[in-house]
Ligand binder design. Structure first.
Ligand code: GLC
Length: 628
């Protein structure tokens, strides 16, 4: 059952698709005072949800904030990353879900300040609150998901393995990568193009020296079973003569400052402007620009920098210059040095900038700051609607920033993580929260984006990520190579990625069913075993689809780990490409998992396809059944 409480919302966020009558009662179990929602927690209460937020599957004990942020350091003290996913599931003596539908900042203090009190503070008291009850944790999630509409389902080939790297600059770089995968006989479905394919980082352009004929190149790759997936950034370079800028400027499709002038920010292309994705005409206009790439045979995209990320604004930079200039007359001592440094650092994603521009929405002009968390969602929606229209079917599409609602239009990746062991577990723990909020096609940069990856880290990361619907290896410019062929011996990676392909009939069916039934693809154990107190404390295992359980190794040098089985299951082990099984009883086990083995568990027989070089070559009718 869903109850809706409305507190002066000024804009329809678009998150909810079902009409729910207004409730006139108190928003129980919360008490509401001075614009703050609070709740006393019993000792055993656990809290799930909050999308891609970090720090554990059970979120109790920390403080979170929804404020879409371009933050490349996903360390434990962070309160907010790229997404704003304001759904929580409280599991205590009272059990209910709560969705705070608010386009601006909101803070969730889940027992951080006072360990048995939840305090939820919207910065501006203008929101809809939905309280959702149901018979089980799963039922509450499903009820919530019917409220927010069906999740995005990608084309089946998007279940393949993808290789990406910021630093493949030319067609030759991409071809070399494809060849190396072919020579190592490692399956591959997608190669990603990062910003270097563009001309001066201008959206919807192609650098003709680096990619003389992208259409022909894309056809050549597709012939080999590989799709090219370019990036699109939110901001548009401010450059007269660049038709996308000229057109958008002429039509008034960019966000404006107080005086009605285009608000100018600095991102990859230098001085840029921000498409007003909250303006339906501007949104459609931008979306239709993807045609330039679909005309070249492109079938999928990743949308980036759409928090929106601002390195600086023209206004902020000018003020900083002034401050630095004034130093000329003073002696540059340590304090003034740090002062200057901080002035420059503060330019990035400055609150003052987010307060300085406006959107033209169907509800009138609104200040960006008040609707900040909708920007990435609306960019994804713009692309999705246009691409469906242009192609007659859903594209592969995923985004960095998001709000609930975007789950209908695409997936998400978890942004700029690091090549750290802790980020394998972090990624595992982000998945169920994302799934609750409808983001099923999701995954993290395998091997880590920032920093230098090692062979063992990549093996362990892949052994987990082969279960994530979005399976992409991606790394930052200047970092060490981390492709599956980069560490010399390719066999071990071939076996792991082949296992992914062998599992695709099961994984894709599970994803599709989760979409159709408004269910989760990844679930914490307690969602399936509600009465099992141990299951409720397991933070490093997940259920995948209706019968699998995974328990990956995520510690350096570990060659074994403890796993908990809530019921007897068949252990499936892939060792050097061979599959073996063993029946295990319920309870704790200490399982040996040497580097390169993938070990997971099934409740009932599982079909495995024969290995294939890409999804197109998979034969769904020729499967082998393992487990009992
Ligand atoms: C951002 C993205 C990253 C991308 C880079 C360059 O940091 O998160 O994935 O490689 O920009 O486009």
């Amino acid at each position: 059952m869903v109850k809706r409480y409305s507190f002066d919302p000024f804009i329809n966020t678009g998150a909810v698709v079902r009409e729910v009558p207004l409730s006139s009662s108190e928003p129980k179990p919360f008490s509401l005072s001075n614009g703050v929602f609070s709740l006393h927690m019993d000792e055993h209460m656990r809290i799930y949800g909050l999308g891609e937020s970090i720090r554990g599957i059970n979120k109790r004990g920390w403080i979170y904030e929804s404020w879409c942020s371009d933050d490349p350091f996903h360390t434990e003290e962070k309160r907010s990353l790229y997404g704003a996913h304001n759904f929580l599931l409280f599991d205590g003596e009272e059990r209910f879900g709560a969705f705070f539908d608010i386009p601006g900042r909101i803070t969730f203090d889940l027992g951080y300040t006072d360990s048995d009190t939840v305090v939820i503070t919207p910065e501006r008291f203008a929101l809809d609150l939905y309280i959702i009850t149901g018979e089980s944790l799963k039922a509450i999630v499903s009820e919530f998901r019917t409220l927010i509409g069906k999740s995005y389902l990608p084309p089946m080939w998007a279940m393949g393995y993808g290789q990406s790297r910021w630093g493949y600059v030319t067609e030759a770089d991409i071809r070399r990568c494809a060849d190396a995968y072919r020579d190592a006989r490692i399956p591959l479905d997608m190669l990603y193009l990062d910003i270097d394919y563009m001309d001066s980082f201008k959206d919807f352009t192609v650098n003709s020296e680096r990619f003389p004929d992208l259409g022909a190149f894309s056809a050549e790759m597709k012939e080999r079973g590989i799709r090219l997936i370019p990036i699109i950034d939110a901001a548009v370079k401010k450059e007269s003569g660049y038709d996308v800028y000229d057109e958008g400027h002429r039509e008034g499709y960019f966000c404006k400052d107080e005086q009605g002038e285009d608000f100018v920010v600095g991102v990859w292309p230098g001085m840029s402007v921000l498409p007003d994705f909250l303006n339906p005409q501007a949104s459609r206009w931008f979306g239709m620009k993807y045609k330039r790439l679909t005309d070249l045979g492109i079938e999928g995209f990743w949308n980036d920098m759409n928090e929106p990320a601002l390195f600086y604004s023209e206004k902020g930079l000018n003020n900083a210059y002034k401050e630095i200039k004034e130093l000329d007359s003073k002696r540059l001592d340590a304090l003034s040095f740090f002062g200057v440094r901080d002035t420059l650092v503060r330019l990035q994603n400055a609150e003052d900038d987010y307060k300085s521009f406006y959107h033209e929405t169907p509800e009138g002009r609104v200040r960006h700051y008040d609707v900040h968390n909708l920007y990435g969602y609306r960019m994804t929606e713009s692309a999705y609607n246009a691409l469906c229209e242009l192609r007659g079917e859903p594209p592969l599409l995923f985004s960095r920033a998001s709000y609930i609602g975007a789950h209908r239009c695409g997936g998400v990746w978890t942004g700029d993580n690091h090549s750290w062991w802790s980020h394998i577990l972090q990624s595992l723990q982000q998945m169920p929260g994302l799934n609750m909020c409808g983001f099923l096609y999701s995954g993290s940069d395998i091997g880590g984006f920032n920093g230098n990856c090692t062979r063992d880290l990549l093996i362990r990361w892949m052994s987990f990520a082969l279960f994530t619907p979005l399976m992409r290896n991606h790394a930052a410019f200047g970092t060490r190579s981390q492709e599956a062929f980069a560490f010399g011996d390719t066999e071990v990676f071939r076996h792991i990625i082949e296992l992914r392909y062998r599992l695709i009939p099961y994984l894709y069916r599970s994803l599709k069913e989760a979409v159709e039934r408004d269910e989760m693809y990844f679930r914490p154990l307690v969602f399936d075993y509600e009465d099992d107190e141990i299951a409720a404390t397991v933070e490093d295992q997940l259920m995948v689809g209706d019968r699998l359980m995974i328990a990956p190794v995520y510690r350096q040098n570990a060659a074994a780990r403890h796993i908990y089985l809530p019921e007897p299951m068949t252990q499936i082990r892939m060792h050097e490409g061979d599959i073996s099984t063993e029946e295990l009883n319920e309870g704790w086990h200490y399982v040996s998992v040497p580097l390169g083995d993938v070990v997971f568990y099934t409740k009932s027989p599982l079909e495995l396809a024969k290995p294939a070089r890409n999804v197109g070559e998979l034969n769904f009718d020729d499967t082998e059944t393992v487990g009992s």
